[in-house]
Design a protein around this ligand. Structure first.
Ligand code: NZQ
Ligand code: ZN
Length: 388
């Protein structure tokens, strides 16, 4: 196990009716003027925004409200929101939505006190200072409610990239599984694909002797696969949604990743599918991850055989390679079962786009991507081709 430090300071408020406490928790964080961000309008239709705004009023907080954050959020929105936040002397960001809204709130939080271009943070500069962020989560997926990360697409270069800073971890995150009842089955499935990918990015490592985190990863994957079909069939299954919502947070606050080298290559490849073709993040990962697994399986056949047995129920055998391949096939079957695409054609991505996807994946710099197997441009092209 590698040395590590781990601090997950976010206060999680979990359960029915909890979003009505947003104002109380923002006030406890010392907020005076709150910028409430939301997305395309689902929180208006289902009444969530109204309840949150009333709670801010009840807590005696001043606030402004801004909507229109799009999935796969973009830089132009962030620039405008930074301006508005500065003009209004906002001192607290409250995201009401999913990863896209939370990531935008984090981008604004980092941009307001920064003199330069906020995109510097997405070109490798660490975020050291930011306004405090609070979250009312409406979709179990990205795990941004507990993570120190934010992902934004630079519209000029079409590069989708992450920025990181411990100060970006939300002060509090309200997780009410009831808020997910209005999701479509497709959106729920995208979320499930994403949270599983967050675990795989950490599970597939060259670091040895990680018994605790290995088992946390496998346990979470088992819980997710057990409950996934329940939420796809009935989005109002509270207990199933509760399990999926908590799993989505645990998959990405890095409790699964401490003490080990992590990969993150599949995310880098999936991001370019979202940037160029506006593919939903979880759907892009459902296409990339099985292809990546097939490409890198020989790096550690034992590890692949182990997850095949422990998570996918593949019978033990002396033929570890076959076990490994059966595990990958079971994962693909699972993805198809919850309604996810598993090839590029299903995302309307033509074969001719592959050279541009490879170029974009390397545009931020570096000669390889990922760590479990360091992928060169030729490897990345091969992975995309395996996804055709
Ligand atoms: O915009 P609205 O109208 O709210 O609709 C959204 C959106 O269309 C809808 N939705 C959300 N909650 C809903 C709902 N519809 C009905 N009822 C509800 N309760 O769902 C759609 C997708 O929303 P989005 O916020 O984009 O989803 P998600 O949480 O999957 O976030 C994806 C973004 O997060 C980034 C991804 O790259 C992507 O841009 N990620 C962020 C990470 C982080 N900050 O740590 C890590 C992840 O790996 C990921 O990269
Ligand atoms: Zn993700």
């Amino acid at each position: 196990m590698d040395n590590f430090t781990f601090k997950s300071p976010t206060q999680f408020i979990f359960g029915r009716g909890t979003h009505a406490q947003a104002g109380k928790y923002a006030a406890r964080c010392g907020a005076k003027k709150v910028m409430v961000l939301y997305g395309g309008g689902s929180v208006i239709t289902n009444g969530v925004l109204q309840t949150v705004v009333e709670s801010l009023d009840a807590a005696g907080l001043d606030f402004i409200v801004a909507g229109g954050v799009q999935p796969n959020p973009v830089s132009s929105y962030v620039y405008q929101a930074i301006e508005a936040a500065r003009e209004e002397k906002v001192d607290f960001m409250l995201a009401v939505g999913g990863g896209s809204v939370i990531d935008t709130a984090k981008a604004v939080a980092a941009g307001v006190p920064y003199d330069g271009d906020f995109l510097d943070f997405y070109r490798g500069k660490g975020v050291k200072e930011a306004l405090p962020v609070g979250v009312v989560l409406t979709i179990a997926a990205a795990g941004s409610e507990g993570s120190p990360n934010t992902v934004i697409t630079d519209e000029e270069t079409k590069i989708k990239k992450g920025a990181t800073g411990e100060c970006l971890r939300p002060q509090f995150a309200i997780l009410n599984p009831e808020l997910t009842f209005t999701l479509s089955a497709y959106q729920s499935a995208c979320g499930i694909s994403d949270m599983m990918a967050h675990i795989f990015e950490r599970y597939f490592t060259k670091t040895k002797d990680n018994a605790v985190t290995d088992r946390i990863c496998e346990g979470l994957l088992l819980a997710i696969t057990e409950k996934a079909m329940d939420v796809i069939i009935d989005r109002e299954d509270y207990e199933a949604q509760a399990a999926i919502m908590w799993a989505g947070m645990l998959a990405h606050n890095n409790i699964c990743g401490v003490g080990r080298e992590q990969d993150w290559g599949s995310h880098a490849l999936a991001h370019q599918l979202s940037a160029l073709f506006d593919a939903a993040h979880g759907a892009a990962l459902a296409v990339v991850f099985p292809a990546w697994m097939k490409y890198v399986v020989d790096e550690d056949v034992e590890l692949f055989a182990r997850i095949a047995h422990n998570v996918w129920g593949v019978a033990m055998s002396d033929d570890k390679k076959q076990m490994a391949l059966d595990g990958i096939a079971a994962y693909e079957k699972f993805l198809r079962g919850i309604g996810m695409p598993t090839n590029l054609a299903q995302l309307d991505v033509p074969e001719e786009a592959i050279p541009q996807l490879v170029e974009l994946a390397f545009a931020p710099g570096g000669s390889t991507i990922g760590y479990f197997k360091k992928l060169t441009p030729a490897d990345v092209e091969a992975v995309y081709r395996l996804a055709l």
